[in-house]
Structure formats: structure tokens, C-alpha cells
Design a protein around this ligand. Structure first.
Ligand SMILES: Cc1cc2nc3c(=O)[nH]c(=O)nc-3n(C[C@H](O)[C@H](O)[C@H](O)COP(=O)(O)OP(=O)(O)OC[C@H]3O[C@@H](n4cnc5c(N)ncnc54)[C@H](O)[C@@H]3O)c2cc1C
Length: 477
């Protein structure tokens, strides 16, 4: 049935139902605004369908399999068999449960849900194109708009995603069998998380990285803990190379990588793979949005610049989440979504990026928040740091996971906590305490004198704060 071109109107139009958009829509509805949320694909966006949730499900599944198979030190002898199709079905069940939950939460909050692809027709008007049954289009006028169209994987020349041999993270989260040989292009967090999954499940994993370390946006001593552990699982790294081309041979793909810097390496390398995962970054989804019709500016990479209240160059149009730029993280999008809705409702909200945590769910995990020591110095703040190694943590020893450390950064003069970097077991959870402390303006002593449960990994946070003051108990200061 063709719906035809009928124009209706809404106070707040949200485009995209990922963690940026659906949170914005729910908060705007809670603030008694009339809200319409348009989504062209699945509710939950990349995070629920192709990102955070499926990747963490597979990380957990693969961790169980690998730990069970490697616990002889603890007197456990097991040789687990992995049925990947069953693990994938379990993962898909979690995704279905969460995505249908989003639809219910939006409906319960009073959000008007629409399926279709949104495209600006003017500064205050959008055209929504419906596909399949009910195809056709309709127009919608809005007072305010929140763009939350997210991002998609970047392709590189000669490696078009074909879902056969060459896949993006979308494909790698849905393999039918564990590849015997997997080549991953890019050692950023997505490449490294999937290297963790498939090396634990038994793939021979090789990673090609143009730069000289894994996780290039993290400090070297943090990244090297992750690299060493990955190497123990058999991951081969080829630093200083870029993927140049590939060819099919005997049912496999043969990838040729060339030196990124000829002074460092003088010859090409060839790697054989069943699958090649290209994970070199993500680009914003702005080019299909007709954004020029609304007069919204984008930068050279297509991101939409915003201020701390999530406003674009147009007073009544906001942008949140991946489309508004780095860091491309679900909780950053959700926070921005809440703020945009509150600003539209006339509240004095703004995003405070100083207390924004980030986690990488490799083995071991990384958790960071705020400034590193170098960043503090560059900002003109004299830093003082404290560290505690998990090797000295009773709880880490009982978990048989002693690699890594907690580092806390404070401003020397005031002892106010301004950042932290953790690499080690449960780093993604441990970082939350420090993020809360930064948000509350805490000083080193506030963390150092808070009683932490014994024996827990969180004692390492307390000891690191005490170490920064020269007062750690379980290490030399
Ligand atoms: C493999 C992987 C693992 C990840 N792991 C983590 C993690 O552990 N933690 C973390 O914080 N982040 C993680 N991320 C990043 C996280 O998924 C994103 O930061 C987050 O999804 C961004 O949310 P968003 O709302 O901005 O956009 P998205 O989630 O991308 O949602 C955008 C939505 O907009 C819709 N849309 C686009 N254009 C239109 C249009 N014209 N009309 C209508 N609808 C449209 C899309 O269909 C989509 O549903 C991961 C990403 C990947 C790929």
C-alpha cells in the first residue's frame, strides 16, 4: 500500500533509535514533549544489534570456553567443545530481548514510533520513506530535531565487504563457524576485542596494524599488557604494515600487506585467511540524510560539530552519539541524548566530558577516565600519579588474574583526582568508582580513606590513591 505524502507535525523529532536516539526520545517524553522517533532499521542501533551487546556476549562465551580449557593450574582438566551456532543463537536471544525492550520502553513513555528512512526536506521538515509493505513516504514538520544516526564501518580500497571472505565487525559477530585462520586489519578496540573472541575459540588470528602498537589511542604500558596476553593466546601481530590487496587461492584468501614505512620494513608480507575482518574505524552516517536541506554543517569527515549542550549550528537541531564525533561510545551518546532532550525542555543541562569513562573488553580489560599524566601536563596541570599492580592484590591472585595495574592521576597542587587508567581484571567495572569520584570533585584522600571491601579488586583503586600520596600499605611508595 502506498501511504502517500501527508504532512503531520511533532515537537521533537528524533532520527535513529540507537543508544543516543532512544534515550533522547524517552527523556523528552518524560519531560512532557510530543516526541516522534524514526528508525530505518532495528531498534537499539549498532550498540544492541551489531556492537556492544553481541560482542560482549561472544567475549563472555569465549572466555568461559577458554578458561575451562586452561585451568590445569587449579586442578581442573577440561576440553570444552564449542558449538558456535548455539553460542550465536544464545547471543541473538539476548539481542532480541533487549531490542524488543527498547520498543516497549519507548511506547510506555509515550514516544510515537515510526519505521522508515528520514531525509531532511527543509529546516523544519523531514521526509520519511517507508520500505516494503506500506511503502511510500510522508512528511513531518518539527519544532526541534535530534539527529542520532550513528556510524558505520569504514571500508578500505580493494577490501569491499562481501560477507563471504571480507567482513566488517557486523559480519564477524555472525560467523557460522569458527574460522581456522582469521586475519584482522586494524588493532583498535573493535579489532582487538574480536581477536580476543576468535583466538579463545581456536582461530589462528593474525593482526595487521599500520602503527607500532595495539590500541594506539591508549598509553604504551597499558596496550603492551593486552598485547602480551593476546600473544600468549597465539595472536600474531604485524606492526607497521597496511593491507594492500587480496586474492582467492585454493578456497582461501591470501592478503598482501605492504610496509607503512619503508624505512622500518623493506618487503611485503602475505597472510592466508578463511576470513578477513577489516576494523579500521567507523564513519558518521550523515551523507544520506539530506543534511544540506536543513543547513546543518558537518566537518571534513562528515561528523556534526556540536557545543556542550549538543546544539549544531542550527539552534533547533541537535546531534548526539557517534554522528556528533569521538569518542564513539554508547554511554556518551546516551548522556548526550538526555542532555539534548533536557535543553529542548528548557533545562540548564550540559555534558561534562571530564568524567566520561571508556572500557575495552579485551583480555585483560582496560578502563580509562579523564586525563592521562601527559594530557594533564599538556593542559598545564602538574600531575601526581599513584599505581598499584594487581600482582600484589590478594583477590587478583585468587582469581588467577594478576596482570596489569591501576593508575590514578591527580593535580599535584590540589590532590583533586583528574584521571585514571586501569588494565587488568574487571577494569571496565573498577573504572566506575573513579568516574563517580571525578564527577563529585573528589581528592586522593577521599578514595584512599574510603573503606574498600576485602578481598576485592577495588582495593587496588584505594591503594593507588594512597600511593599517589606516598602512603600505600601493600607496596613500597
Ligand atoms: C563491534 C562493536 C563493539 C562496540 N562495543 C562497544 C562497547 O562495548 N561500549 C560502548 O560504549 N560502545 C561500543 N560500541 C560503539 C557503540 O555501538 C556506538 O557508540 C553506539 O551504538 C552509538 O550510538 P548512536 O545512537 O550514536 O548510533 P547507532 O547505535 O549507530 O544508531 C543509529 C541508528 O540510526 C538509524 N538511522 C541512521 N540513519 C537513519 C535515517 N536516515 N533514518 C532513520 N534512521 C536512521 C540506524 O539504523 C541506527 O539504528 C561498539 C561498536 C561496535 C561496532
Amino acid at each position: 500500500m502506498v501511504v502517500g505524502d501527508v504532512t503531520t507535525s511533532t515537537d521533537v523529532l528524533v532520527i535513529g533509535a540507537g543508544p543516543g536516539g532512544y534515550v533522547a526520545a524517552i527523556r523528552a517524553a518524560q519531560l512532557d514533549l510530543d516526541v516522534t522517533l524514526v528508525e530505518k532499521g532495528e531498534y537499539g542501533g549498532a550498540c544492541l544489534n551489531r556492537g556492544c551487546i553481541p560482542s560482549k556476549a561472544l567475549l563472555n562465551g569465549s572466555e568461559l570456553a577458554s578458561e575451562a580449557g586452561q585451568a590445569e593450574e587449579l586442578g581442573i582438566y577440561a576440553d570444552p567443545t564449542v558449538a558456535l551456532d548455539e553460542m550465536m543463537s544464545w547471543k541473538d536471544g539476548i539481542v532480541d530481548q533487549l531490542t524488543s525492550g527498547i520498543e516497549q520502553l519507548c511506547t510506555a513513555a509515550g514516544v510515537n514510533l515510526m519505521k522508515g528512512t528520514a531525509e531532511f526536506a527543509a529546516e523544519n521538515k523531514i521526509r520519511i520513506v517507508h520500505q516494503g509493505e506500506g511503502q511510500g513516504s510522508e512528511s513531518l514538520k518539527f519544532e526541534n530535531c535530534i539527529i542520532a544516526t550513528g556510524s558505520r564501518p569504514i571500508e578500505i580500497p580493494e577490501f569491499d565487504f562481501d560477507d563471504e571472505r571480507i567482513v566488517s565487525s557486523d559480519g564477524a559477530l555472525n560467523f557460522e563457524t569458527v574460522p581456522d585462520e582469521l586475519v584482522i586489519v586494524g588493532a583498535g578496540y573493535i579489532g582487538m576485542e574480536l581477536a580476543t573472541v576468535y583466538s579463545r575459540l581456536g582461530s589462528d588470528v593474525s593482526v595487521i596494524e599500520m602503527l607500532e602498537q595495539v590500541l594506539p589511542s591508549y598509553e604504551g604500558d597499558i596496550a603492551s599488557v593486552v598485547r602480551k596476553r593476546a600473544e600468549r593466546f597465539g595472536v600474531d601481530f604485524h606492526f607497521g604494515y597496511t593491507a594492500d590487496r587480496w586474492a582467492a587461492s585454493d578456497g582461501k584468501a591470501v592478503l598482501t600487506a605492504v610496509p607503512a614505512d619503508e624505512a622500518a620494513h623493506d618487503s611485503e608480507i602475505e597472510l592466508t585467511a578463511d576470513r578477513i575482518l577489516v576494523a579500521v574505524g567507523r564513519r558518521p552516517v550523515t551523507e544520506t540524510l539530506g543534511i544540506e536541506a536543513a543547513g546543518v554543517e558537518t566537518d571534513a569527515q562528515g561528523f556534526i560539530p556540536t557545543d556542550s549542550r549538543c546544539r549544531t549550528n542550527k539552534e533547533h537541531i541537535f546531534a548526539v552519539g557517534d554522528v556528533a564525533g569521538e569518542p564513539m561510545l554508547a554511554h556518551k551518546g546516551s548522556k548526550e541524548g538526555e542532555v539534548a532532550a533536557e535543553v529542548i525542555a528548557g533545562e540548564p543541562a550540559a555534558v561534562d566530558y571530564r568524567a566520561l569513562p571508556a572500557a575495552v573488553f579485551t583480555d585483560p580489560e582496560i578502563g580509562t577516565v579523564g586525563l592521562t599524566e601527559d594530557e594533564a601536563t599538556n593542559e598545564g596541570v602538574t600531575p601526581v600519579t599513584g599505581e598499584f599492580q594487581f600482582q600484589a592484590s590478594g583477590r587478583a591472585l585468587t582469581a588467577n588474574r594478576t596482570e596489569g595495574f591501576v593508575r590514578i592521576v591527580a593535580a599535584k597542587e590540589t590532590e583533586r583526582v583528574i584521571g585514571a587508567q586501569i588494565v587488568g581484571p574487571e577494569a571496565s567495572e573498577l573504572i566506575a568508582e573513579i568516574a563517580a569520584m571525578i564527577e563529585m570533585g573528589a581528592k586522593l584522600q577521599d578514595i584512599g580513606s574510603t573503606v574498600h571491601t576485602h578481598p576485592t579488586l577495588s582495593e587496588a583503586v584505594m591503594e593507588a590513591a594512597q600511593n599517589a600520596r606516598g602512603k600505600a600499605i601493600h607496596r613500597q611508595n
